[in-house]
Write a protein of this length. Structure first.
Length: 237
């Protein structure tokens, strides 16, 4: 017998009507190169995806009460330039780039050590930070009726060039059953699909947690954090 969820929340955004009809697939174009504390990093090669720009732009249209265009914009058009601009905004250079890099270098579970014969936590892992710090922020935002853009961390690496392997989605609903949480997300790689989720168990955040997901990235999810979002006016129709 199915167990009824203890809590549900929805932010009002619906990928079926508010997401872009086209997916995050683009022809090769020059990278958007931005200065970071690690040197210049290309984060906007269209062939590698414009996920953050699409999430921010979709929320911009939703907040403006406008239906996003159905046709994929060609490079150089007003909508294409807007999505690229919002991609750069979503990275919050330089602080946002540093945050992604810090998460890439976190352990999955907490790291403990012995001090005066007592076991103490030396470093919190990506799982604990996601479950204990970020998930409550996401829940509060959705409960307030506002979708939450998420930075999804996929790789564990000290290589700055791996920054582009991470992903961005928009959390718009959730369901809690016992210690299991399912966060429904708008995934630009999946288009207008309301069946995309991140699911995890909150019972042992200090341990490496499995984040089950069907986000279309082909990489495991190690954790996520909420990114700052400020609305912008979409281009004229």
């Amino acid at each position: 017998m199915a167990i009824a969820p203890e809590a549900k929340g929805r932010g009002g955004f619906d990928p079926l009507s508010d997401g872009f009809a086209f997916t995050n697939s683009w022809p090769a174009a020059p990278a958007v190169t931005v200065p970071t504390p690690f040197g210049e990093v290309g984060i906007g090669n269209a062939a590698n995806g414009l996920c953050g720009g699409m999430v921010f732009a979709a929320l911009d249209y939703w907040i403006a009460g406008r239906v996003p265009p159905k046709a994929r914009p060609a490079p150089g058009t007003a909508l294409y330039k807007f999505i690229v601009r919002r991609l750069v905004d979503s990275w919050h250079v330089p602080a946002g780039v540093v945050e992604y890099y810090q998460w890439m270098n976190l352990p999955d579970g907490d790291v403990s050590g012995s001090v005066l014969g007592k076991t103490v936590t030396v470093q919190r892992g990506a799982s604990w930070r996601t479950i204990e710090q970020q998930w409550p922020l996401v829940k509060a935002s959705v409960d307030a009726g506002v979708p939450a853009p998420l930075g999804v961390v996929t790789v564990k690496s000290a290589n700055v060039a791996e920054l582009g392997q991470n992903h961005q989605v928009g959390a718009y609903a959730y369901e809690v059953s016992g210690t299991q949480v399912t966060v429904d997300v708008y995934d630009p790689n999946s288009g207008q699909n309301d069946g995309i989720f991140i699911r995890f168990d909150t019972s042992a955040p200090q341990r490496a947690t499995t984040f089950a997901t069907n986000i279309n990235i082909g990489l495991p999810v190690r954790g996520f954090f909420m990114t700052g979002y400020t609305a912008a006016s979409p281009p004229a129709a």
